[in-house]
Each structure stands twice: as structure tokens, then as C-alpha cells.
Design a protein around this ligand. Structure first.
Ligand code: C5P
Length: 218
């Protein structure tokens, strides 16, 4: 088993000094990466800008990114040799179009209008071999969580999606459910992200085993 996991935010530069980002801390992804190593799975962690230090383990390789483009390049490089991708990174939805980034813009009293383009949907665009599985993450308001998570599961052609409420962001604990593309779902009580990481990988391992037993590759 070789697990690829992405974690943390992306930072999209506005100029040489400022950036657009989000409040993702990367803690959940880092906890999953460590739990994966503790299961003796070879693990590659692609980690965005985070105030937290990534874990260290003999089975863990860590690569850092800042922008969506850097994450995209790392995915192109590492995904072909991995079996499962857990796409926990909080990719920025918008960025300045390439080539339009100025050096430091002086402060202007009249404010600043920015023209932003949408970033490409990385997980939706990834190529896939028969034995590869992709699990996405959805962070939404509680009331819309299930509906939007199921929408993303199908739109992004994922094998499963971890649905978690906005309160997960930058918090030590998580209250999440996993929805699988076959219509099944699994939930657990609110718990520390480190405990959730072990629970999630146990669910993923069971699911891989049962899908292999039921006929294996898609
Ligand atoms: O931001 P959104 O709710 O659409 O994220 C759902 C999933 O899609 C996450 O797994 C996220 O990492 C991924 N994503 C992506 N590229 C984007 C936006 C989100 O791969 N530009």
C-alpha cells in the first residue's frame, strides 16, 4: 500500500508580499499521514503552508507546496505510483491569472479591485488507473453538508468523500461522516483528529478489502 495525502491550504499570491488563503491548518491531514505510517503503509504527504510541523516517520515522505499550481505539479509527479489518494488539501477556489502578479503594490486609499480566475479542480481532473481510489473531503455548513458532499462525490467522480462541518477548520477535533460511491456511508462520534485519523484508515482498509473481494478493480 502506498497512500498519497494532501493537506493544508494553498496560498495564491496577489503580489510579491500578499496572498489569498484560507484557515485550513493541515492538522487532520498530518494526523492521517502519521496514522497511515503506523499501519505500516508507505505514505507521501503533500503539505501546504501550515503553522504546524509535519510528523516524521521512516515510512513518510513530505513535499511542500504553496500554490495550487505547485500542488498540481506534485500530484502529477506522485499520484501515478500510489494506490489511494486522500485529498484533504483546502485548495483555494480563486487566484490571480498567471502572469498578472505585480511586485509589491503600494497601499492605495481608494481600495483595490482584483480580477481573479477560478483554480482548476485538481481532484476532478486526475487520471486514474484501475486499482487506484480517490477520497475527497467536503467542508460545509452543517445544514448543507450531506447534500453538498454527495454532489461533490458524484461531480468529481470520487470513490468516497469525508463530509465535515465548518467547525472542523483549525480545531483539534472533528465530527465527520464518510459517504462511498456505492451509496453506503459510515459515521463516528466527535473525536480528536488523531483518533479520527485511525478510524478513517480502518474504514478505508475494510472498504478496499471488501471491494477487492467483490471483484476488485473497476
Ligand atoms: O473546495 P471543495 O469543497 O470543492 O473541495 C472538495 C474536494 O475537492 C476536496 O477534496 C479538495 O481537496 C478538492 N479540490 C481540488 N481542487 C480545487 C478545489 C477543491 O482538488 N480547485
Amino acid at each position: 500500500m502506498h497512500l498519497l495525502i494532501t493537506a493544508g491550504p494553498t496560498h495564491e499570491p496577489i503580489d510579491d508580499v500578499r496572498y489569498l488563503g484560507n484557515r485550513s491548518s493541515g492538522q487532520l491531514g498530518m494526523a492521517i499521514a502519521l496514522a497511515s505510517c503506523q499501519r505500516a503503509w508507505k505514505t507521501t504527504l503533500l503539505l501546504g503552508p501550515s503553522a504546524h510541523q509535519p510528523p516524521t516517520h521512516g515510512l513518510l515522505e513530505v513535499h511542500r507546496f504553496e500554490t495550487t499550481q505547485e500542488l498540481s505539479d506534485l500530484l502529477d509527479q506522485h499520484w501515478p505510483s500510489c494506490q489511494v489518494l486522500l485529498m484533504a488539501a483546502a485548495v483555494s477556489d480563486y487566484r490571480l491569472p498567471p502572469g498578472s502578479r505585480p511586485a509589491k503594490t503600494p497601499r492605495q486609499d481608494q481600495g483595490l479591485d482584483l480580477h481573479l480566475e477560478s483554480t482548476p479542480d485538481l481532484v476532478a481532473g486526475l487520471p486514474r488507473q484501475n486499482n487506484q481510489r480517490i477520497i475527497g473531503f467536503a467542508l460545509e455548513e452543517e445544514a448543507e453538508l450531506k447534500r453538498r458532499a454527495l454532489e461533490k462525490l458524484s461531480k468529481k467522480k470520487l470513490d468516497a468523500i469525508v463530509a465535515n462541518p465548518l467547525a472542523t477548520m483549525n480545531a483539534p477535533d472533528i465530527n465527520a461522516e464518510v459517504f462511498f460511491a456505492d451509496g453506503s456511508h459510515r459515521s463516528t462520534e466527535k473525536q480528536a483528529k488523531t483518533d479520527f485519523a485511525h478510524w478513517l484508515l480502518e474504514e478505508v482498509a475494510d472498504w478496499l478489502e471488501s471491494s477487492a473481494a467483490a471483484g476488485g478493480d473497476k
